[in-house]
Design a protein around this ligand. Structure first.
Ligand code: K1U
Ligand code: ZN
Length: 185
């Protein structure tokens, strides 16, 4: 198990649409374990594989508090099969946009179908922070970050700040195949 570097905006890999996992095997379980280690180390409550540069449809979540026993959840090829009309607002953060928080409105409850770490199909209904976190992480799988849900003015200010920081501390160049780019920020 390993702690891997987390990509930060404006890294173009964060705009990729991740590929479905073809088979849940030991390499996928090792990826999920690395993601959990990376998330706990950050610390955070969720992480999508693309945030460590792997464009596979895998996400992990653990909402347990620091003094509670860990409750790791692994979602492979997740799909939202139902979402409520009712909406909820949460002050979201993102490990790929460090120390930036903004309110985002999303469906309050969702039903999600996924494969667990044994490749077994599962379906759960989530509300509260779990519903928000699942939707936030699933956005990452589709090349969307939470600032795509806020006003253009706030988003542009945020991107400008992180682009400036990246200019002074550039990371390794990344090749982004144009057909995999979901959208332009
Ligand atoms: O996807 C990510 O970047 C992780 C993100 C998940 C998330 C947070 C809030 C709303 C929706 C999704 C984070 O974990 S940001 C850090 C955070 O929220 C946190 C960190 C330490 C303790 C508790 C929360
Ligand atoms: Zn995020």
């Amino acid at each position: 198990m390993a702690i891997r570097p987390i990509l930060v905006i404006p890294d173009p890999r964060l705009k990729l649409v991740s590929e479905p996992v073809a088979a849940v095997d030991d390499s996928i379980r090792a990826l999920a374990d690395d993601m959990l280690d990376t998330m706990y180390d950050a610390p955070g409550i969720g992480l999508a594989a693309i945030q460590i540069g792997v464009a596979q449809r895998v996400l992990v979540i653990d909402l347990a508090k620091q003094d509670e026993e860990k409750q790791p959840m692994v979602f492979i090829n997740p799909e939202i099969v139902w979402s409520s009309e009712e909406r909820a607002v949460y002050d979201e953060g993102c490990l790929s946009i460090p120390e930036y928080y903004e309110e985002v409105e999303r469906p309050a409850r969702v039903r999600v179908r996924f494969l667990d770490r044994d490749g077994k199909p599962q379906e759960i209904e989530a509300d509260g922070l779990l519903a928000t976190c699942i939707q936030h992480e699933m956005d990452h799988l589709n090349g969307v970050v939470f600032i795509d849900h806020i006003s253009r003015l706030k988003r542009e200010r945020c991107i400008k700040k992180f682009a400036k920081a990246a200019k002074f501390a550039p990371s390794a160049p990344a090749h982004t195949p144009p057909d995999r780019v979901a959208h332009e920020l």
